[in-house]
Ligand binder design. Structure first.
Ligand code: GDP
Ligand code: CA
Length: 321
């Protein structure tokens, strides 16, 4: 079975752990979000690709969900002594090695897809991990800023999310560079050849939304023969973790499992899973022609997540076009 998953960071990575456990023999291609990528201290950092790679490769900090396990912070502490900025993004020593290798390879002229494959040789994630694009796309957020002359200012997504903890009101989300980005080699082929396409419980705006916004990707998903099934990242009207509500509000979508499904719409989704607590709100999803079931969607363990993955695959089987 060929499965394609459009993944962000923590939600995507945790789901993939369950999926891999549910269907050990499957051929899984992950199309990873690179809109969160940022250059810090001259190093190219790809948080979502790394979260997937470390999680599936057994190197993730398990409680935190991002960064390396058993991390140390010698370099960060030395940077602080210099007053080097920014200080809001934590880079551990082990993690820095990844960014150094990546940056070296990029500077030598290798595309990000080749670099990612090389990093994965170490981590053996058991899936094919592809960046959505080899071209630079960086998500920026237009925030309300009373101090700015124009009343608003555009900042990098990481500064908004990590630096400011998504506190300022987000007025607009812009994927800078996306118009000219091409899907990375293998992305469109994987979508076309898939037996199933899954949207894991990843951020619908700045993870799955950004991947779909790469010219050609949304069109390929719509044209694919495979059924498309998504799992809601919103449970009981709230993100399970993080601040997805802030970016949903910015694009005018309510923070509910139903609104997210309707935002993707029938043109993309054949099936949608909501959590059992949202079972009674699923009617508008069904009315829109999207098959919708309620199952437990808390990724509390790999076993619980594997059951979610199985439910998604069963639903995909039911809605096969
Ligand atoms: P990020 O790049 O690290 O922000 O990660 P993603 O975009 O992949 O996923 C973030 C989303 O995962 C958030 O909107 C959370 O609500 C969602 N999420 C996290 N844990 C769970 C869980 O256990 N169940 C569900 N359904 N969603 C989750
Ligand atoms: Ca992310």
């Amino acid at each position: 079975m060929r499965i394609v998953v459009l993944a962000g960071g923590i939600g995507g990575a945790r789901f993939l752990l369950g999926l891999r456990a549910a269907v050990p023999g499957a051929d899984i291609t992950v199309i990873g979000n690179t809109g969160d990528d940022v250059t810090l201290f001259g190093l190219r950092v790809c948080p979502d690709l790394d979260t997937v790679m470390y999680t599936l490769g057994g190197g993730i900090h398990p409680q935190q969900g991002w960064g390396r396990a058993d991390e140390r912070f010698t370099v960060r502490d030395e940077l602080l002594e210099y007053g080097a900025k920014p200080q809001w993004f934590t880079l551990g020593d082990r993690d820095l090695a990844t960014h150094i290798v990546r940056t070296q390879m990029l500077h030598a002229g290798q595309p990000l897809s080749v670099v990612t494959a090389a990093l994965c040789e170490r981590w053996q994630p058991g899936v094919q991990l592809l960046p959505m694009s080899d071209d630079t796309v960086e998500t920026h957020v237009l925030i309300e800023d009373p101090d700015a002359v124009a009343g608003s200012k555009l900042i990098h997504f990481q500064q908004y999310w990590v630096g400011l903890q998504a506190r300022p009101t987000a007025l607009e989300i812009r994927a800078v560079g996306i118009e000219n980005a091409k899907p990375a080699p293998g992305v469109l082929d994987a979508i076309a050849a898939a037996d199933v396409i899954l949207f894991p419980p990843s951020n619908p705006v700045v993870s799955v939304g950004t991947i779909l916004a790469v010219p050609g990707v949304k069109e390929a998903v719509m044209a694919a023969a495979a059924p498309v099934v998504g799992l809601s990242p919103i449970i009981g009207g709230r993100p399970v973790r993080g601040m997805a509500d802030k970016v949903l509000t910015a694009i005018g979508v309510e923070t509910t499992a139903t609104a997210v499904a309707l935002h993707y719409g029938r043109e993309l989704l054949d099936g949608w899973l909501v959590d059992v607590v949202d079972a009674e709100d699923a009617e508008p999803v069904r009315a829109a022609g999207i098959r919708c079931l309620a199952v437990p969607l808390m990724m509390s363990s790999v076993a619980a997540t594997a059951e979610m993955a199985e439910a998604a695959l069963r639903l995909a089987d039911e809605v096969k076009r």
